[in-house]
Design a protein around this ligand. Structure first.
Ligand code: FBP
Length: 319
């Protein structure tokens, strides 16, 4: 089986992009090992601080953030990083070619229940020789040069794209290598499976309420077919299921907190997942526009997310 470094050598021309991807994934192997120790290593529970978004940080949010931050800041090909757990961007090397945004531990509410979590990353290329600025990060998702995630589940899996299809690698813990296990993954245009946090239903727009209730009506309703529902409460887990067997994932705008455009963050959740889904033949939209066309306004900006099976996303948007 082809290893990640062999795959990168064969498919990624830029040696510095290879380097940043290898530094990121090597660090994720260490995060995977830490997660497997769990309580034994005393790393579960709260860290006792809040991040810039006012969310209580888990110990592992801080630990995984520091592991990635330290490894990436030491990498000469990195110009700067942006993270869910960092208030501002953190400059690295003025001649570094790549800007990397990441969610060090997505789905952190799942940590203490030993359920699926993941690391999500998004890369942009930059030029010149100068200290990075936040503005340099604020480019539409369609300019990403690479995006992916590492899923910490029963097995640890790396899923990424550089714009030429989506490939999946499984961590062989004996060899300590990511090995290519699923090539050129595609998402079917039709589906009978949806993912949304139903407990927020009363806060959704009328259109979203109508769309979801028609799904729930199943074959007796206007959609004429039965739908199943799943919710991992970790975007990385829900998107992985969709890349494996199809489906639609929705975290819509809701009036629970009208000041927020959505829950999920554009730069290190929506954009990288949108690049993966589109490269697998699916679609990724807010209620009004293609996610990869959004001009970002800030590194922690939130957006509504509707992604997955192309025809089902179109159907949802038609409401
Ligand atoms: P973080 O854990 O990185 O803050 O991510 C947000 C998230 O956990 C997503 O992964 C997931 O899709 C969503 O929030 C779950 O939200 P809810 O708690 O409403 O089910």
């Amino acid at each position: 089986m082809q290893s990640l470094s062999q795959f990168l050598a064969a498919h990624v021309a830029s040696s510095s992009l290879q380097e940043v991807l290898l530094v990121t994934t090597e660090t994720c192997k260490e995060i995977s090992a830490a997660l497997k120790k769990g309580s034994l290593a005393g790393i579960l529970g709260m860290a006792g601080n809040e991040n810039v978004q006012g969310e209580e940080q888990k110990k592992l949010d801080v630990i995984s953030n520091n592991m990635l931050k330290n490894a990436l800041l030491a990498c000469p090909s990195v110009r700067a990083i942006a993270s869910e757990e960092e208030d501002d961007i953190v400059p690295a090397h003025t001649t570094g070619e790549y800007l990397i945004s990441f969610d060090p531990l997505d789905g952190s509410s799942n940590i203490d229940i030993n359920s699926m979590v993941g690391t999500i990353f998004s890369l942009y290329r930059t030029t010149g020789d100068h200290p990075a600025t936040e503005v340099e990060f604020l480019r539409p998702g369609k300019e990403q040069v690479a995006a992916g995630y590492v899923l910490y589940g029963p097995s640890t899996m790396l899923v990424f794209t550089t714009g030429n299809g989506v490939n999946m690698f499984t961590l062989d813990i004996d060899q300590g290598e990511f090995l290519l296990t699923h090539e050129n993954v595609k998402v079917a245009a039709e589906t009978q499976e949806f993912a949304i946090n139903m407990s927020n239903q009363r806060f959704w727009s009328d259109a979203m309420q109508a769309y979801v209730s028609d799904l729930v009506l199943g074959k007796d309703g206007p959609r004429g077919k039965n739908y199943n529902m799943r919710w991992v409460a970790a975007m990385v887990g829900d998107v992985h299921r969709i890349l494996c067997r199809g489906g639609i994932f929705i975290y819509p705008w809701d009036k629970k907190d009208p000041t927020k455009a959505g829950k999920l963050r554009l730069m290190y959740e929506a954009n990288p997942m949108a690049m993966l889904i589109e490269n697998a033949g699916g679609k990724a939209f807010t209620h009004t526009q293609r996610i990869l066309d959004i001009q970002p306004e800030g590194i922690h900006q939130r957006v509504p997310v509707i992604l997955g099976a192309a025809n089902e996303v179109d159907k949802c948007l038609s409401y």
